[in-house]
Design a protein around this ligand. Structure first.
Ligand code: GLU
Length: 458
C-alpha cells in the first residue's frame, strides 16, 4: 500500500511551496488509495514553536488536506536514540566528545590545507579521552554520534529527476545525534520514513543533496529506501526562489485576501504538475483522478499571482449562491455592510464577474450600501425625462423588464442615451463603471433610486 508523508518543520507559517508538497502527497495518496501521514519535524528545539505547528495545522485543515496519521518527532526521541545506539554497537557510528568549536576548528584546518572538510573517525576519536568523558558527564552532556559514511558511490532513480548519482567521496562522516540528545534532520527523517513504512517521498528538490546521507543511513539500517520524487522549486517572477519579497507567500495571507482553498490548491497543483489534457481549472476530485508522479515537471515553476487571481475568479463562479454567500459574508460584515441574505445574493451575482479576491467585495459593492457623493449635471431635457421615469417606476411591478420599459420617456425628450446613462450611473454609484444599470436599479429599489436621483433634478 502506498504510504506518503508531509513532514513540515514548525519553524514558520505554511508557505505555498510547503502547501504544494503537501498537496502532491495528498493527491498521490488519494489516487493510489493509500495513506497520508502528517509528521511534525520539531527536533530543532531553538526554531520549532507550538504556535507555528497550530497555524500549520489550521492551514492544512482550511485547505482540506486531511491526514490519516499524525506524529510529532519530539515524541519519538527514544526510538532515534535506540537506533543510533544500535548503529554504534554495530560499528557503523561512533561517539564524538568534541565541542562544536573544536569541530569547527578541524573544518577550518582541513580547508586551509586545501582538503575537503570531511570528518572521519580517526580525526574525531582523538577527543574521546577518559577526562573528556568525565567532563561530559559532569556537565550533563551526551556525546554526539557520528555516522561512518561508507566510501562509495550512491545512486538512485528519482521519479522526477531520473538517475541521480553521488560520487564516491562527496561527503565525510556526519552527526546523527547531537550532544543535546536530539537527532539531526537526516537521521530522524530516515528512521521515521523507514519505521512508518513510507513508500514514496515527495518533497522539494532543495532536499536532493540530503538524499545521499539518507541513502547511506537506509543501507546501514538494512532498510529499502522509498521511491523519491524531488519536485522543482517555485520561483518568483525574477527567477529567484520564491520568498516574502515577491509578495504574499503564506497560505494564511491568501486565505485572508479571499482566496478559496480549492482555487489555491488548483493553482498550486499546476506549479509543477499538469493535467493530461492540459485542463487548468479543476476541482480537487479531478486533480485526484488525474494525478500521477510522471506528470511532475522537471523545470522550476514561476509563481504568477495574476494567474492565481484568474483561477480564483473561476472557482468563485463555480460556487452556488449559498456557498458564495457563506464565504462572502465575513467581507460584507467587516465593511459594516448589512442586508438580508436575498439581497446579498443579488449583489454577489451582480459583481461576480469582476470578483477575483473576496476581499474586493467592499470596493465592488460599496454603492449598494452607501450613497455616493458626486456632482453630476443633467441637462433640462434629461431632468424632465428623469421626472417622468421616476413617475413610471412608481407604478410598475419591480422587475427588470418593467424597469427597462419605464425609461421610455428618453425618446420624447430627445435624450442622448449614452451620455444620459453614463451620468445616471455616476449619480447612482459614484463610479464610471460597474453593474448593468437595470440590475443596479433593481437591487437599489424604488425608494433608494428616487433618493439618489432627486437631488440632481430639483
Ligand atoms: N522537515 C523537512 C522540511 O521541512 C522535511 C524534508 C523532507 O520531506 O524530508 O523541509
Amino acid at each position: 500500500m502506498v504510504r506518503v508523508r508531509f513532514a513540515p518543520s514548525p519553524t514558520g507559517y505554511l508557505h505555498v511551496g510547503g502547501a504544494r508538497t503537501a498537496l502532491y502527497n495528498f493527491l498521490f495518496a488519494k489516487k493510489e488509495k493509500g495513506k497520508f501521514v502528517l509528521r511534525i519535524e520539531d527536533t530543532d528545539i531553538e526554531r520549532s514553536k507550538r504556535e507555528y505547528e497550530e497555524r500549520l495545522i489550521d492551514a492544512m485543515k482550511w485547505l482540506s488536506l486531511e491526514w490519516d496519521e499524525f506524529y510529532r518527532q519530539s515524541e519519538r526521541l527514544q526510538l532515534y536514540r535506540e537506533v543510533a545506539q544500535r548503529l554504534v554497537d554495530e560499528g557503523k557510528a561512533y561517539y564524538v566528545y568534541a565541542y562544536p568549536e573544536e569541530i569547527e576548528k578541524i573544518r577550518e584546518e582541513l580547508l586551509s590545507q586545501g582538503k575537503p572538510p570531511h570528518y572521519d573517525q580517526e580525526i574525531l576519536a582523538s577527543f574521546d579521552t577518559p577526562q573528556r568523558r568525565k567532563e561530559y558527564e559532569e556537565k550533563g552532556l551526551h556525546p554526539a554520534i557520528y555516522f561512518k559514511m561508507p566510501d562509495k558511490e550512491y545512486s538512485f532513480n528519482d521519479a522526477v529527476k531520473g538517475e541521480v548519482v553521488f560520487k564516491k567521496g562527496t561527503i565525510g562522516d556526519f552527526a546523527i545525534m547531537r550532544s543535546n540528545g536530539l537527532p539531526t534532520y537526516n537521521f530522524a527523517v530516515v528512521v521515521d520514513d523507514a519505521y512508518m513504512e513510507i513508500t514514496h517521498v515527495i518533497r522539494g528538490d532543495d532536499h536532493l543533496s540530503n538524499t545521499l546521507r539518507q541513502l547511506a543511513i537506509y543501507e546501514a539500517l538494512g532498510k529499502k529506501p522509498p521511491v523519491f520524487a524531488h519536485v522543482s522549486m517555485i520561483l518568483g517572477p525574477d527567477g529567484s526562489k520564491l520568498s516574502k519579497r515577491h509578495g504574499a507567500t503564506s497560505v494564511e495571507e491568501f486565505r485572508d485576501r479571499g482566496y478559496l482553498p480549492e482555487a489555491l490548491l488548483n493553482y498550486l497543483a499546476l506549479l509543477g504538475w499538469s493535467h493530461p489534457e492540459g485542463k487548468e481549472v479543476m476541482t480537487l476530485e479531478e486533480m485526484i483522478e488525474n494525478f500521477s508522479l510522471d506528470r511532475l515537471s522537471k523545470n522550476p515553476a514561476i509563481f504568477d499571482p495574476k494567474k492565481l487571481r484568474w483561477i480564483n475568479s473561476e472557482h468563485i463562479k463555480m460556487l452556488s449562491n449559498e456557498e458564495l454567500l457563506n464565504v462572502a459574508k465575513p467581507y460584507f460584515e467587516k465593511a459594516g455592510y448589512t442586508a438580508d441574505d436575498e439581497k446579498l445574493i443579488k449583489i454577489l451575482n451582480a459583481i461576480k464577474d469582476r470578483l477575483h479576491e473576496l476581499s474586493e467585495i467592499p470596493e465592488l459593492a460599496d454603492y449598494f450600501f452607501e450613497k455616493p457623493d458626486v456632482d453630476v449635471t443633467f441637462e433640462d431635457n434629461e431632468k424632465q425625462a428623469l421626472r417622468e421615469i421616476i413617475e413610471n417606476l412608481n407604478k410598475i411591478e419591480w422587475i427588470r423588464k418593467d424597469i427597462v420599459k419605464a425609461f421610455s420617456p428618453r425618446k420624447k425628450y430627445k435624450v442622448k442615451s449614452k451620455d444620459f446613462f453614463h451620468k445616471l450611473r455616476v449619480a447612482l454609484t459614484g463610479k464610471e463603471q460597474g453593474v448593468e444599470l437595470d440590475v443596479l436599479i433593481e437591487i437599489l429599489g424604488k425608494e433608494e433610486f428616487k433618493k439618489r436621483v432627486e437631488r440632481y433634478i430639483n
